[in-house]
Design a protein around this ligand. Structure first.
Ligand code: M6R
Length: 611
């Protein structure tokens, strides 16, 4: 969603802002803009990509060592040049960029209109800057005081950055519910929605907390709350290398991230297990082991692909650690008055750690006294800072909007968490525990084997790329993978796809099957294999096109299928780690063949920071 980059220092701000906005393109956006202060306040903004903004600005005045830049993902008002940020107060003094939604913008707008203010855009952001401007004018306040006093009357979520034409030595920013990071340089400061635009200049970051305002000139920085309480800036060193933000020779970030998974799964498990010494250690769980052992229920909250990881976790925890699990869409959990007791543990899963629905669900769970645990990728993100404990998945930056390596990282963590708990509770035999550890150790190698079948998968992609619909079927541990395969296909290739438990097909979806319908059957399970054979026969009897994912050596389902992808056999609880890989590649190739924008699919945002 909206991306923010700002700079104050001795350098020219424009190239830093444009490069930073390009780094944030992965978040998803539909227009871009920037404002530069150099005596004048120059604003350039345009519907479209950052490269279009660059072309538009090329012959303009680009001087200025203070600047703010923005990529907008439309909420209030369609994507166009006028609704793009920055927005200006109607006295031409303040410029603002904003990520989030101002919920009381309608009532603020009515008040402002009554006082004679006029608006050029349809955005809540313009309302906000007019409101701050009116407070500034009325009480003759410096920008930081105007921002602070105005925010006391603002309802909603925001990360905002402002500059003032009449006070051209400062940047003022604030956050509530939307992320904002400050980069601390040498006589210069950076601001961004996440660390990616900043790391090439400095590794020193300050993660702003909700309701904090930061005021900075070239040399100094001050943080206070909206309630005017001074805060000591806490500087953290971020471990993020610039080459992690590049495609590294791959055609797309998504392909790079698919190919990284052998490594990222190994990274997720490093230091957390040993098959030689037969142990699993989960630092975050250790402190709360007693609580985990006694938990009556685990409640998992997440969205999208992370929710699918939650479904796999349900199978893992119930099968191995014998604890009941509920998996909830974070957005639904929050608004249905959930029943929570102190014996429940709420686990949030999030790649970005910034998903607004998941954050809100966690805040609710925390307010009701539940222990909250995070399984998160982005270090220092809002969810990771809100939870009592958690496990990072250490997958590195995931830039492609379609989640791939974060998903298998999440699965790796949940496998280890379930094994840790099963061991602590004594619900797993030593032999099976050891067997799963041995098998986990060789999963990265098995992923490399699957990736070698890329050409075969590409061939199948070419065969089904013109379909309008697809069905994905799986059973047991592979059921969530059917959902994930369908999500991957629809989000990047725009083909309508649905995932179902294989046995559910005959309760409805079978009506859709004809000779044009590809049905992707994930059939690597040892459990219920014969049942899946029957399902495949039912599809073939109706002339559906069967693409099966089977364990190497399989004969029955392969013989019935039109196309088969063989993957190395493994234990059922670990099957999702392997079976999802060919589905990711299949979606990727289909999307490329359909000339879709694989890394930045239409309408989607990487980090969904509005509810
Ligand atoms: O950052 P999160 O894991 O919280 O994001 C949740 C979803 O928005 C995300 O998984 C989304 O569904 C992806 N586009 C899936 O590829």
């Amino acid at each position: 969603m909206c991306g923010i980059v700002a700079y104050i220092g001795n350098k020219n701000a424009y190239p830093i802002i444009v490069k930073g906005l390009k780094r944030l393109e992965y978040r998803g956006y539909d227009s871009a803009g920037l404002a530069l202060l150099n005596g004048d306040l120059n604003i350039y903004k345009i519907k479209g990509k950052v490269s279009q903004l660059e072309a538009f600005a090329a012959d303009k005045d680009l001087r200025g060592s203070i600047g703010i830049g923005h990529t907008r993902w439309a909420t209030h008002g369609e994507p166009n040049d006028i609704n793009a940020h920055p927005h200006l107060s109607d006295n031409g003094r303040l410029a603002i960029i904003h990520n989030g939604i101002i919920e009381n913008s309608d009532s603020l707008k009515k008040l402002l209109t009554r006082d004679g203010h006029t608006f050029t855009s349809e955005t809540d952001t313009e309302v906000l800057v007019q409101f701050i401007g009116s407070v500034q004018q009325k009480y003759n306040l410096p920008i930081e005081e105007a921002v602070r006093q105005a925010l006391g009357s603002v309802i909603g979520a925001y990360a905002i950055v402002l500059i003032d034409k009449e006070d051209p030595t400062k940047i003022v920013a604030a956050r509530k519910g939307s992320p904002l990071v400050v980069g601390v340089g040498d006589s210069e400061f950076f601001l961004a929605s996440d660390a990616t635009p900043i790391v090439e200049y400095t590794k020193k970051m300050i993660y702003l907390n909700d309701e904090e305002i930061v005021i900075m000139d070239r040399d100094n920085l001050e943080i206070k709350t909206i309630a005017n309480i001074p805060k000591k800036p806490e500087i953290q060193e971020v471990e993020l290398a610039v080459d992690e933000l590049e495609k590294g020779g791959y055609e797309h970030f998504m392909l790079k991230e698919i190919y990284q998974q052998g490594q990222t799964i190994a990274d997720a498990m490093r230091g957390r297990m040993s098959h030689i010494e037969s142990w699993v250690k989960m630092g975050g769980m250790e402190e709360y082991e007693e609580k985990f052992r006694k938990a009556k229920r685990l409640i998992i909250v997440a969205c999208g692909t992370s929710w699918h990881a939650g479904l796999v976790a349900e199978y893992l925890f119930e099968d191995l650690a014998r604890v009941p699990v509920e998996v909830e869409y974070a957005s639904e959990f929050r608004y249905r008055n959930p029943i929570l007791t102190e014996e429940d543990i709420v686990i949030a899963i999030s790649q970005s750690g910034e998903t607004a629905d998941t954050l809100a669900a966690l805040e609710l769970a925390r307010s009701k006294g539940a222990l909250i645990y995070g399984v998160v990728n982005v270090v220092g993100s809002s969810i990771s800072r809100l939870t009592h404990a958690g496990s990072y998945i250490h997958a590195g930056p995931e830039i492609g909007v379609a989640s791939t390596k974060a998903f298998t990282g999440q699965l790796s963590i949940f496998t280890l968490m379930a094994l840790y708990l099963a061991n602590a509770k004594g619900t797993i035999s030593r032999t099976y525990f050891q067997k799963l550890l041995n098998e986990l150790t060789i999963i990265p190698g098995k992923i490399e084997e699957i990736l070698k079948q890329n050409d075969q998968i590409k061939y199948i992609a070419a065969e089904i790329k013109n379909s309008n619909n697809a069905i994905y079927l799986g059973r047991g541990f592979n059921f969530p993978i059917a959902l994930e395969g369908a999500l991957k296909l629809k989000e990047i290739s725009y083909i309508h796809a649905e995932g179902y438990p294989a046995a559910e097909m005959k309760h409805g979806p079978i009506a859709l099957i004809d000779e044009k319908m590809p049905v992707i059957v994930i059939a690597t399970n040892k459990n219920a294999y014969e049942k899946v054979v029957s399902n495949v026969q039912e599809i073939k009897a109706r002339k559906g096109i069967v693409v099966s994912i089977v364990a190497k050596g399989d004969e029955q389902i392969s013989r019935l299928s039109d196309y088969t992808i063989e993957i190395p056999p493994t234990e059922d609880p670990l099957a999702p780690l392997l079976s999802v890989i060919p589905l990711q590649l299949l979606s990727y190739h289909i999307a490329v063949m359909r000339q879709c924008n694989v890394d930045q699919p239409r309408n989607l945002a990487k980090s969904v920071t509005v509810e």
